[in-house]
Ligand binder design. Sequence first.
Ligand code: MSP
Length: 537
Amino acid sequence: MADKPSYFVTTPIYYVNADPHLGTAYSTILADVQARYRRAAGYNVKFLTGMDEHGEKVAEAAEKHGMTPQEWTDSQAPHFKDLWKRLEISNDDFIRTTEPRQYKAVQYLWERMKESGYLYKGSYDGWYCVPDETYFTETQVEKGDEENGTPGAHLCPDCHRPLERVKEESYFFKLSAFQDRLLKLYDEHPDFVQPDFRMNEVRSFVEGGLNDLSVSRTSFDWGIPVPFDDGHVTYVWFDALLNYMTSVGFGVDTPEARAEFAYRWPANTHIVGKDIIRFHCVIWPAMLMAIGEALPEHVFAHGFLTVRNSETGKAEKMSKSRGNAIAPHEVIDLLGVEGYRYYFMTDVVPGTDGAISFERMEQVYNADLANSWGNLISRSANMSVKYFDGCAPAKPASADAFANPLAEVADGIFERYSARMDVFDYAGAKDEVMALVHAANHYIEDSEPWSLAKDPAKADELAFVIYNLLEAIRISAHLLAPFMPETSAEALRRIGAESEAGTDDLAGACAWGGLAGGAPVEKGEALFPRLKLDEDK
Ligand code: MSP
């Protein structure tokens, strides 16, 4: 384990109040692409996802379905696990907050918090948003009005739904004591929050002053019991955030667990949606500071997926309540799993909100995958089979007998690609690969292998051209593998480089001239058949 550097990446753990949807799948695929890329780049990766099972929202969903909360969350776990499997999510761990390991870790957290001096008992009197599982003070509350048909109502300033009045005995975490330390963290580690424009949002929130946070509930019992006070259960976010440390052995007193914790913690990147940035960039680091544990290196916040309202023309957040949610299987049916992954990862820029549409999915799929990448593979494999008896030409003896524009494009490609991947600029990374794919398609037109094949004196040049095309495919397949693992492995297999799939030396694999040549090449079916959308989509 320790012979490679660790890379620990996490998704939010999802509330189990409804089935996973495109938005939750988006966070998960973002993390999966990073995990696959890091494995290929030589890291020992831990990729964690899971389910957030406590809190009022989940208890309400259970009640609505006539089940106990535990029965309900047990019944939902397969929905998440099955969708992740279908979307080729390569998580190494799946945590559920109702598992014994989470109970133990949270109870250990309580002990550490108590020792820290940042915990006190008091009484909470204020507002609570159940859908967001968030507390709001009187001054933060949005007041309803006649115009919106909500006169006198107390609404959530974030999601605008009615708030619940809560008055109960509670433990408080002294969040207010961490204002200066948090601001210092943001100053000293400007890339703690990514992309950088999100940092301003976090900073101004903290500069505005922090309230102590109620971290236990007494009017409610679906949570992890506070070990030293009967009747108190843990506030769902105090429990949920800890999942990241639980999964790497926090609070387990064995040599193995301590070694695992030392190797994995702190996490490299927590991937979250912009709606939960305060929990991850304010509360979570303060909790860790209080108990003296290391802070995660980065929190990467993505925007929301939006859809255009055909009546108003405006982009709106995709959600079930608005009735504009697209189910993952609708997109999978259209684009296939790998087309789905490619579209969301390369066309929906993760920093800001991203508008999605079936029209755009079709354009991207046809332009990049059917016409460019898929076409390159089939034309090159066809020519290998036709002109070289079903095999790849041997590696050319001399690299500079003829001009080789593809080697020039591929020169330094790993460095350019990884500089983009490292900062989650997946669109930028894709552009680097597509530059090679486009150059290869142009190279076919410019070098006219079909004319070379007619002249026996040009046999060496023909072999050179076809070898270069296969080599461009080999390198592109490696670089596209984090986005599209199956089709990339298939492309490698078709050009006789099957054993290279799943490399942990991506830099080495991208060096020009790696294809041995001479191995059987297979034409196969089109990897990305062109698609035509139904008019009514
Ligand atoms: N349970 C908490 C997270 C705890 S992490 C310690 C939670 N769960 S959630 O299921 O409501 O949301 C999980 C993630 O899905 C969030 O990052 C949220 O931003 C994301 N998305 C939900 N709807 C979305 C879109 N329409 N678009 C993109 N992502 C969105 O919050």
